[in-house]
Design a binder for this molecule. Structure first.
Ligand SMILES: [Zn+2]
Length: 309
């Protein structure tokens, strides 16, 4: 960390004091080190490897987030995907982070975290989403054509036949579209695996100073879930909108809440933590609420019609 500098903001208002009291427990640290795929080479020296309970340092501040991510559901051992995000978020992260070493680094500025090497699953999922949208828009166009066509026989029959061909066309072409997405992603995967084996570029990077010193503990937890949603197959698919407090017009936003991308997972987790998080304080839950609303108001090109109240 010789090249990085940082200042430690107020540890009450970042929640680091609160969680710093519970993380310093060797069995938890040993479990988290392997479950979250830490890459030891990246956490030495000033990052905190030899000082892993010191919440001035990045490693302990990351453990704070992982403790929150693991233990905030009332019955935290229940990690079923049928439950709310407090239950499954830790599992989603550990299910997806395999093969993506968790690393800390001096940041480029302006970023909390980045995931590299997730491109192929992202490609397939995004294509599937686009193809389904294309098909549904097509179906709508076909039925609009039929209903606005004519209602006197035999013209109405001709309309029905044309509409039927129209629907069949969209059905078949959407299948081809989706199938192409799969084939392309297999090709991509093979290519990427070779490239990754050579370059070793599959990873999650947590950036100094934004991740460790710009985010509260709950936002660090949800940020990791966000990154794993990228690994799980959802790339950002929109630019930040004109009203965003990020940089409007640059990529990195999601099109909508319904896209179920990284920003939705991020905000959803914070929302549940605010509503039902345990082993925490009301003040820390309110930090999560503020972070959720910041995402909802700024990170979707179609702004959701709700905020966290
Ligand atoms: Zn992202």
């Amino acid at each position: 960390m010789a090249d990085c500098t940082y200042t430690v903001p107020n540890k009450e208002t970042s929640a680091d004091n609160f969680y710093g009291r519970v993380i310093c427990y060797q069995p938890f640290i040993d479990w988290a080190w392997s479950a979250f795929n830490f890459d030891g080479d990246y956490w030495q020296d000033g990052w905190g490897y030899d000082d892993c309970c010191n919440t001035d340092k990045p490693l302990a501040r990351t453990f704070n987030a992982l403790w929150l991510l693991t233990y905030s559901a009332d019955d935290w051992q229940n990690d079923s995907y049928d439950g709310n995000a407090l239950h499954w978020a830790r599992r989603y992260v550990t299910d997806n982070i395999g093969g993506f070493p968790l690393r800390a680094d001096c940041g480029p500025g302006g970023k909390n975290a980045t995931t590299s090497g997730a491109g192929c699953t992202e490609y397939r999922e995004t294509v599937k989403y686009d193809c389904t949208n294309y098909r549904d828009d097509g179906y709508n166009a076909c039925s609009r054509f039929e209903s606005s066509c004519c209602d006197w026989w035999p013209c109405s029959w001709a309309c029905k036949i044309v509409s039927w061909f129209c629907i069949a066309w969209y059905w078949v072409s959407a299948l081809v579209c989706t199938a192409w997405g799969y084939v392309a992603s297999w090709v991509c995967t093979i290519g990427n695996e070779i490239a990754n084996a050579v370059a070793g570029n599959k990873e999650i990077k947590l950036w100094n100073t934004e991740y460790f010193y710009g985010l509260t503990v709950p936002a660090r937890a949800s940020c990791l879930l966000h990154e794993c949603r990228h690994i799980g197959g959802k790339a950002h698919d929109a630019d930040f909108p004109s009203w965003s407090n990020r940089t409007p017009g640059t990529s990195g936003a999601d099109s909508s809440w319904e896209y179920e991308g990284a920003w939705m997972y991020d905000a959803l987790y914070l929302w549940w933590f605010y509503a039902a998080g345990t082993r925490t304080t009301p003040a820390i839950r309110s930090f999560a609420k503020d972070a959720a609303n910041d995402i909802i108001l700024n990170c979707f090109s179609t702004r959701p019609s709700f905020t966290v109240l």
